[in-house]
Each structure stands twice: as C-alpha cells, then as structure tokens.
Design a protein around this ligand. Structure first.
Ligand SMILES: [Zn+2]
Length: 59
C-alpha cells in the first residue's frame, strides 16, 4: 500500500515540525516535498501527529 501523504523535505530547516501535504511542493515554504514513508522521525506511529491534527489537537 502506497501513501500519498508527502512531507516538506526542508521542514527541519524551515519549520518546527513536519509539514504534511498532498502536493509536490510545500504549501508553506515552497520547497520540494518527499514521500513521508518511511517516516524519519517516528517509525512507531508515523502518522500519529497528522492524525491528531485532523482530530482537532485534542488530548
Ligand atoms: Zn516547507
């Protein structure tokens, strides 16, 4: 199964946290994006942060 979720390739330099998008370029800084899997930062739950954001930042 292939993920269409991409992440800003320059997020470590440009942002405090990974910027997820479905586009080829970052909507925030315009850098190229790369496929978000395999996740470089949290292999246990690569989409946990994204999922929580969609749920409305709840605790
Ligand atoms: Zn960016």
């Amino acid at each position: 199964m292939k993920s269409d979720i991409r992440v800003c390739s320059a997020w470590r330099d440009r942002h405090d946290r990974p910027i997820y998008t479905l586009s080829d370029t970052c909507p925030d800084c315009g850098s190229d994006t790369e496929n978000s899997a395999p996740a470089p930062f949290d292999p246990g739950d690569p989409y946990g942060e994204y999922r929580r954001a969609l749920n409305g930042r709840g605790r």
